[in-house]
Ligand binder design. Structure first.
Ligand code: ADP
Ligand code: ZN
Length: 731
């Protein structure tokens, strides 16, 4: 039990985990023999028993005899005080009730159950008479890891064999099968194994990170370096240092697809695979990691954003790789930015944070400018690789027929690369075949029945898909509006349509399309990425998922089909997002010996963002962008919250929105300004009408307190729902 935790033997307050929207804690009588603060317990709630955590002393004024008692104290390590504080502070920041926060920290059912008996496998005494290559690999793995036992799945995967090979060896006595009541320990990572010899730049950066860790104090570092400059090699040194200090390390990646490449690097560096935490990991494995992390047994965890809620015993380092990535902020029951929450978690745990990126978010850049974060720069690519040259293709002067998107200039460059045995990547950030389907007779555009959005044709699926709600329907034969036959036509390109053009123009080339919707499983996606990395494709067509961290050594040309795409619209972050995305995609070119080239097709080569991308003057870009945000008083120089109200009718949503707008005294008290209600950027999703209010306040204003008081004046009626997004990504 952590030092200083309180012990209760009378009334005790229990934060209860339920499916009901409880926003307060309930008081129960402490169980026979008392309980510690943080203990996981089972409590009666109505006719049911639910899980809860002992939070603090109970409310006074209850008749102890009439209180219901805690039913049972669960046999798991109590929640640490740091975790309780973390949950409380994230909840306060995001205006999320505690029970919902608790759900994040215990998201797998049965997490608190003790480990059940399971079969494990270790080296047996016998030797198979007939030794096949597959069998030899299994025995090799078991020998390599000494006395360790593995589950069937683990062993088969590590040896690269099917589980029947292992079972066969069990029959022959070469592998022993046993029942184990305990969680299996993770294979040991050898933190003393030396990494690659670092360059001077890299050494300085790695030493700074390690010194920070040794200080034992909280601190956040922006590790900035172009793609391929060795950021991963550098922060891996910090991971090693944390492990040597006996503290745990967590590496967050923005995308599961990146995990396997990363796991391999860890294995190459430390001799074994670390623990994984993401949606692709089995429930059994998650339970094991949840318990092991709490026992301090998982020295390194690689995972998705929700790994921040694992009950680490002593978390010393959090790396947020590709920290600028939009996917770190997502609805997860709770709207939070994993980057910001990593910083909060670290500050509570006296841990270090490394934010690694080639193109920092403006928030992070500004925090480094202000001296809140330290900043380390890796200025050049490792080895002979140089940053790609960037050029614009002025689409106003290119001769391009209708329904074609590859300019003659770009086509010539692609041809030259593939004749040279190199790869070209064509980037278009649009899934599907065509974003719009229009009737040429009446002008009708096919929309989703449930959302205020057009349906996107996906020819691969042979269906129309709504990218808002996921609803699909077959392509109609006749126009749903005027019933004209054969008049429906696709407008504009998606990656599938671009692939069609590529196949026509380069019939001899091997084409690979990387778009998240084209892969049924993470495994299929992984296979495609490996195929590309191994040279099994000449032309790669991809959406934004190719921008993320993949290493394709043969890739020397990147063509951005529509560099202007992200610049439209009123989103204040449009410039930042476009800048990051295109720089990131361009960075895929020329990662090995051959220099890379990035070509941007644009109708506005004079646009300041396009010019900043081409010139590579990143600091200049951030300074200009920061000045604009400062002038507008928006994040990171001001505070912003988005309130979305949804209901089955627009009227009901507006009713609550208007009522809130009229009762804005709590906001005015802190000098905050209110905008709206107005239809949300997407005014209808899944049949629900959405209305939005924006609240803007000065940096120092107590925004959350004011929001809480403001919203508390109303209780949404019927099916009306209200959600708050602090620091919304788009505004
Ligand atoms: P980043 O994370 O900045 O994109 P990486 O750490 O992935 O960069 O490095 C890019 C490539 O260069 C990787 O293949 C990496 O192994 C290699 N590399 C980087 N630094 C070194 C080094 N000091 N010695 C050997 N290889 C290195
Ligand atoms: Zn829809």
């Amino acid at each position: 039990m952590s030092a200083g935790a309180a012990f209760f033997d009378a009334g005790t307050r229990v934060a209860v985990l339920t499916t009901q929207p409880l926003d307060r804690m309930l008081t129960y009588r402490a169980p026979e023999g008392g309980c510690w603060q943080g203990a996981f317990v089972e409590v009666p709630l109505g006719p049911r028993k639910v899980m809860g955590v002992v939070w603090g002393p109970g409310e006074t004024g209850f008749d102890a005899a009439r209180l219901r008692a805690v039913a049972r104290v669960l046999d798991v390590a109590p929640m640490r005080r740091e975790m309780a504080e973390f949950l409380t502070r994230v909840g306060d920041y995001t205006l999320t009730p505690l029970h919902q926060m608790l759900r994040l920290a215990t998201r797998a059912p049965g997490l608190t159950d003790p480990p059940s008996m399971r079969k494990v496998y270790r080296l047996g005494a016998g030797r198979p008479e007939r030794m096949t290559e597959a069998r030899a690999r299994v025995l090799e793995v078991l020998k390599q890891y000494g006395g360790l036992a593995f589950t069937l799945g683990e062993l088969a995967e590590m040896a690269g064999v099917t589980s029947s090979v292992v079972k066969g060896l069990v029959k022959l006595g070469a592998v022993a099968e046993e029942e184990s009541p305990r969680d299996l320990p993770y294979p040991r990572l050898d933190a003393s194994a030396p990494g690659k010899p670092l360059t001077d730049d890299q050494t300085l950066a790695a030493e700074a990170l390690c010194a920070g860790l040794r200080s034992g104090d909280y601190g956040t570092t922006l590790l900035r370096g172009v793609t391929g400059s060795g950021k991963t090699e550098v922060y891996m040194e910090a991971v090693a240092e944390a492990m040597r200090m006996g503290r745990q390390a967590l590496v967050l990646l923005p995308e599961i697809a990146l995990t396997s490449q990363f796991l391999k690097r860890v294995e190459a560096r430390f001799g074994a695979r670390p623990a994984e935490w993401h949606s692709g990991v089995t429930m059994t494995e998650r339970r094991r990691l949840w318990r092991m992390a709490g026992e301090g047994e998982a020295p390194l965890v690689v995972g998705a954003r929700s790994a921040l809620y694992l009950p680490f015993r002593d978390l010393g380092l959090i790396v947020v790789d590709e920290e600028h990535d939009q996917s770190y902020k997502q609805e997860d029951g709770v709207l939070y930015s994993a980057r910001d929450m990593a910083v909060l978690r670290a500050s509570i745990n006296a841990a270090r944070v490394v934010l690694a990126t080639a193109t920092p978010s403006l928030e992070t850049w500004a925090n480094a400018e202000a001296g809140k974060y330290t900043r380390l720069d890796l200025s050049s690519r490792f080895g002979p690789a140089v940053l790609p040259e960037m050029r614009a293709i002025d689409m106003r002067v290119e001769d391009l027929p209708a329904n074609r998107w590859i300019s003659p200039t770009l086509e010539a460059h692609v041809r030259a690369r593939i004749e040279n045995g190199e790869q070209a990547l064509l980037f278009l950030n649009r899934r599907g075949y065509a974003p719009v389907t229009i009737c040429r007779a009446c002008g009708h555009q096919i929309g989703c029945d449930h959302c205020d959005a057009r349906m996107v044709e996906h020819r691969f699926l042979k269906r129309l898909v709504c990218h808002q709600c996921g609803e699909t329907k077959p392509m109609p034969e006749v126009c749903p509006s005027c019933e004209a036959e054969g008049k429906l036509a696709p407008v504009g390109p998606g990656v599938e349509r671009l692939a069609e053009e590529v196949r026509e123009r380069f019939p001899e080339a091997r084409v690979a399309v990387l778009s998240s919707d084209l892969f049924a499983s993470a495994r299929a996606l992984k296979a495609q990425i490996q195929l590309i990395a191994g040279g099994g494709a000449d032309i790669i067509i991809g959406t934004q998922m190719v921008a993320k961290g993949h290493n394709f050594p043969l890739l020397t040309l990147v063509g951005v089909i529509d560099a202007d795409l992200g610049l439209q619209g009123s989103d204040l972050r449009a410039a930042e997002k476009t800048f990051q995305l295109i720089r990131q995609v361009a960075g895929r070119a020329g990662r090995a010996e051959k220099p890379g080239l990035a070509l941007l097709q644009t109708f506005q080569p004079e646009h300041p963002v396009i010019r900043a991308i081409l010139s590579g003057d990143e600091e200049g870009f951030w300074r200009a962008e920061a000045a604009e945000r400062q002038a507008a008083g928006v994040p990171p120089y001001g505070r912003l919250a988005g309130i979305v109200i949804s209901a089955s009718t627009a009227e009901a949503a507006f009713d609550l929105g208007n009522a809130l707008a009229r009762a804005d005294a709590p906001l005015r008290q802190v000098g905050a300004q209110l905008y709206g209600p107005a239809p949300a950027p997407i005014a209808r999703i899944r049949g629900r009408h959405r209305v939005r209010l924006l609240v803007k306040a000065d940096k120092g204003a107590p925004l959350q307190t004011a929001l809480k008081a403001w919203i508390a004046q109303f209780t949404p009626k019927g099916d009306t729902r209200l959600s708050v997004d602090i620091d919304p990504q788009s505004f």
